[in-house]
Structures are given as C-alpha cells and as structure tokens.
Write a new protein. Structure first.
Length: 347
C-alpha cells in the first residue's frame, strides 16, 4: 500500500513535470511574443550582423527576449543569420519570427529620377539600400565598366533609366550596378536602337538630347514638339542655343549644382564650356540631367514640324511659343523679355 502511494506520487510529479515542460514549450514556441501596436514592423539586418545585433533590433518588438534566444539557439539561427529586410507581424510566436528571419527576405522599391550628377544619384540611392554612398560612388565611377558604353565619369548618368526597381535591401554596390546595366540593355532594345539610328543618333546622344528637352519643359505632352525643334536645328547645322545647357555649364564651373538660375544673361552665353550650346555646335558632350522616359521617348518619336525657335509663353506658364521664322521668334522673344524685366528677374 505504501509502495503504491509512492508510485502515485511519482506519476503525479511526472505528469506535473510533463505539463510544465509542455507549457514551457508552448510558451517558447507557440505563444505570441510581440508587443507591436501596428500590424507589422520591419527589421533591417546588415551583412555579417551578429546574433546580438539582431537581438538588439528585435528587443523593442518582443515581449520575452529570453524565450526568443532559447528557440533561436535550438533552431541554430545564430549560425545562419541572413542579411535583408524582414517583417515581424503582430501575434507572431518565436518559431514564426525565426522562420521569417531565415527565409523571407523582403524586396524594397528603389526609385530615382532627374539627378544631374553621379554623386546626386548616389545620394538618392544610398538611403534606400544597405550599400553606403562611398562604395556606390566608387563602384559606379569605375571606368572599366563605363568605357564599353562610350561613357566617362561625367556622362555616366546616361546608364540609369529613371524608374522604380525592386531590390533586396542588402544588395551590394556591385549588385546594384549589374542590375542597372541589365535594365539599360533591356530598355535599349532593337526597336529603340533602330529609331535612334534613323535619327542619326546613338543611345548616349538620344539621352543627352532628352536631358535638354527635360530641362526645357516640364510639360510631358510638349516634349515631342521641343525634341522635334532641336532635331530640326541639328539637321540644319544650327546651334542648339538651349538655355538649360548654359545653366549647366555655369553650375559645372562653380561646382554648385544646387544653384537656382531663373535667367540666362547675355554674358553667360560667352562662357567657354563644351556644354554651352550658344558657343559650340552639336550636342553637349553628355546629359545635363537624368531625363525621364517620357523625354527619351519624345526624342525617339519627335513631332514633325517646321519650328526652329521657341521662347517661354508668359501667357500660358509652363508652355512655349514656337516659331518657324526668326522674325516671328523675335516678336515672341521681345514679349518675353518685356515680361521678365517687369518681374525684375535679374538672375
């Protein structure tokens, strides 16, 4: 009888221990372990991050770090940390969190447009990816990959087609560059190259002219007309005489691309720069900004007309007045100069 009681006690202790163990396992593995108010929070795990760095990022998001550490150790996560962007969702348990960190690297959208220089582009990209600005600038300035495209450090932005692209956050500078080269080659398909060739232009020349069109008008539907005008001037071996190229030359000369110039002076037209299309014939040696796809398409599909001159339309801001003759243009220009003087815009 005494022995039977001992056995019952042992069994009872075993059941209690099993219950406590089961509760611990449930609590560690299956019980929700988040304390976020929103539906989802994101963690960005750097390349070569330690387990402690991961825990530091998760600390504000979890209720119980001890159980997370225990489950992570049993699943050998500290030995297999993967960089990237990961989601921690409300109500997740430790098992879910670790599975997410191991297998669900989320892409990020990387967007850029209208950058005037390569450093500007780098400054736009760096906050969106793990790669820092120095590594990006060094990688994108590498002449060994620019030369096959006929580019140098000043014309390098021609390789980048403005858009929104999907990347993994932990993409390296080299990975970004290689993806952009593929996107460039994809954009410049056979059809677009044939259109460029029919205009007597290379892809770089198309982008260079598109950059002038981009700066000349913010009205997308006016861009094919502006492109047609510049192509008419090129065909007649006329100087482009595009004010945006002079403004770029001034900025390049001063090294300050943040300068806002509202008026080009006659003295500016004498600046000795290959970007000064009042002084040098043909296209500038490279793009003066990163043109939108709409500006590139405007050059490839220009409006056919007899216009050779244009000036800002002060009665319809944002648009231009176009002219086929110098006589008509001078009348339009006189109207514009009178207005700009009235506004006292000196620079």
């Amino acid at each position: 009888m005494y022995l039977r009681r001992i056995l019952w006690v042992v069994v009872l202790i075993g059941v209690l221990a099993a219950g406590m163990f089961a509760y611990y396992v449930y609590n560690a593995l299956l019980a929700p372990n988040t304390r976020i108010l929103e539906d989802v929070a994101y963690v960005y795990i750097p390349t070569d991050a330690s387990f402690e760095e991961v825990c530091n990022q998760l600390q504000p998001l979890l209720e119980d770090m001890d159980t997370f550490r225990a489950v992570a150790g049993r699943k050998k996560y500290p030995l297999n940390i993967r960089p990237g962007k990961y989601a921690v969702r409300k109500g997740m348990n430790n098992n879910d969190i670790i599975n997410s960190l191991r297998t669900h690297n989320l892409p990020v959208n990387v967007s850029f447009n209208n950058q005037e220089t390569l450093p500007d582009l780098v400054g736009r990209i760096a906050p969106q990816l793990e790669a820092d600005s120095l590594s990006l600038l060094h990688t994108l300035s590498d002449t060994s990959y620019l030369q096959p495209y006929g580019l140098d450090i000043h014309s390098a932005i021609a390789l980048y087609i403005p858009n929104t692209y999907e990347f993994f956050w932990n993409t390296s500078a080299e990975g970004f560059r290689e993806r952009m080269l593929k996107e460039y080659d994809r954009f410049w398909d056979e059809k677009r190259r044939e259109k460029a060739a029919s205009l007597g232009l290379s892809p770089l020349q198309v982008i260079t002219l598109a950059s002038v069109v981009q700066k000349e008008t913010a009205i997308a539907k006016e861009r094919p007309r502006v492109a047609g005008l510049y192509l008419n001037r090129l065909e007649k071996n006329m100087l482009l005489q595009a004010d945006p190229t002079v403004i770029y030359a001034i900025k390049q000369h001063t090294g300050n691309f943040d300068t806002i110039i509202k008026r080009v002076l006659y003295s500016d037209l004498e600046m000795d720069s290959p970007f000064n299309t009042y002084k040098y014939s043909g296209l500038p040696p490279g793009p003066i900004t990163m043109p939108d796809i709409s500006s590139i398409e405007a050059v490839l599909n220009p409006e056919r007309h007899d216009y050779y001159y244009m000036v800002a339309d002060v009665e319809n801001f944002g648009y231009h007045k176009f002219a086929a003759s110098l006589v008509q243009h001078n009348r339009n220009k006189a109207h514009y100069i009178r207005w700009i003087n009235e506004q006292r815009i000196n620079r």
